[in-house]
Design a protein around this ligand. Sequence first.
Ligand code: 3HC
Length: 283
Amino acid sequence: MKEINSIGIVGAGQMGSGIAQVAAVSGYQVRLYDAFEGVAGKAVTRIGSTLEKLVSKGKMEQSACDAAVRAITVVNSLEEIAQSDLVVEAAVEKVELKKELFRQLDQLSPADTILASNTSSISLTEIASATRRPDKVIGMHFFNPAPVMKLLEVVKGYSTSQETIDVIMAIGEKMNKVTILAQDKAGFIVNRVLDPMLNEAIFLLEEGVGTAEDIDNGMKFGCNHPMGPLALTDLIGLDVLLAVMEVLYRETADSKYRPAPLLKKMVRAGKLGKKTGEGFFKY
Ligand code: 3HC
C-alpha cells in the first residue's frame, strides 16, 4: 500500500484549515496553499492559537502543539502542493473550478499521487474525468469543525480503485476518525439525510411556523441535536447548503429536494452565516 507521509491541502478556508490541523496533529507533513495571498498564513496562525488553547486546558502537550504547527508549511503554488504524497482539495464548491484544479494537479503530480476532494456535493466521477488517473481520485469528506467531528466520509467515484480506498481509510484511522464509505450519488450519505432537514427548517421559518429560536430549540431539546438546524446552517454556510440542495434537486428531479426560497434569497443577499457575520442569527 502506498505510504503517505505528506499531505498537500488546496484551500485554507474553514474546511482546509481544519483538515490541515487534523493532518498536522496526526503526524503528517502538511503543505497548505490558498489562491488568495495571505489566507494560508492566517490559517496557520489560527491553528496555532487553537492548539495553544488545548495546551492551556491540559488536553495537549506543548511539545505536540509546537510539532504540529512546525509540520505545516505555507506554499505559494500548486507545483509545491503537487510534491505531496496525497493532495486534498478544499476549495469552493464550483464544479468547473474543481475540474481545472484537478487537471492541473494531475499534470504536476507524480503518477502515483492520490488526489482527493473534500467536496460536499460535486460528483467525484465528474471531478476525476478532468484527470488521467480516475482510479486515484477519491472523496475525503470532513465535517465542520473538522478537528472536532469524528467522521470521515470516503466517497468512491466510478473508477476509484480499491487500493486508493484502502490508503484513504488507513489515513482516516490514523487521524482518529470513524470512516464510512459512500458511493458517488448526490449528497453521498450524510448530506442526503442532513441537508433536507436543514432545508425544511428554513421552510418552517419562511412559513412563520416558528421563530428561528423556537425552531432551533425544538431540535436541540426535542431531539438532542447539539445545535439547532438554523445555527448549524450558519456554521456550515448558507451557500454550502444551497449548493448541496441544488445538486440533489438537479440530479434527482425530485421536488422534495427543492431549496427553500428564503435560503436562495439570503445567499443572494450575501448572508452566508457565521463567516459573513450574519445568517439566521448575528455573530
Ligand atoms: N480544534 C480542536 N478542538 C476544538 C476545536 C478545534 N478547532 N474547536 C472546538 N474544539 C473543542 C473544544 O476545545 C471543546 O472541547 P471540550 O469540550 O473537551 O472542552 C469541544 O471541541 C467543543 O467545543 P466548544 O465548547 O467550543 O463548543 P460546543 O460544545 O458548543 O460544541 C460543536 C461545538 C462541536 C460545533 C457542537 O455544537 C456540534 O457538534 N455541532 C454540530 C456540528 C455538526 O453537525 N457538524 C456537521 C456539519 S455538516 C458538514 O460539515 C458537512 C458539509 O458538507 C455541509
